[in-house]
Design a protein around this ligand. Sequence first.
Ligand code: ZN
Length: 163
Amino acid sequence: MIRIAATELAQVVAAAEAAYPQECCGLLSGRSQGAGAAREITVTAVYPSPNLAPEPRRNFEIDPALRLRLQRELRDRGDHVVGLYHSHPDGRAQPSPTDLDRAWETDLAWLITAVHGGSAILTAAHVLDVAAQVTFRHVPLVTADWQAPASRAARPEDGVSFD
Ligand SMILES: [Zn+2]
């Protein structure tokens, strides 16, 4: 599961829309605990990167200098780079075959925002699963500071039986 506050998620979505029709990209810092399928990642900050890919409409490349700078800065705070984000202009919010080819770090969360005609329609999270075969696995993306409204009394239209 990936937790992210609404403010940080909004940053990712805004970057995806601003970069359209090109792909946006950047890094996510935070903390992670647990291992395997039980691993939980909490994103605490979003760091936009210039997209250095030669074909930014079809690909992304995060500035390696940003990664190096973050690794130095975050060490003092106890946070680390927990993931990356990029967008798929007029595509799906899931990793492409190119993404899989270029993914090598198994402990990073991948946030992908699908942008259609300049409007973000979905952001989804994935992690790399490494077993006999390497593939991406979709994981729940939870907005950390969202809460369901307080409960109300059940009504007949809820389908609850009052007999
Ligand atoms: Zn991609």
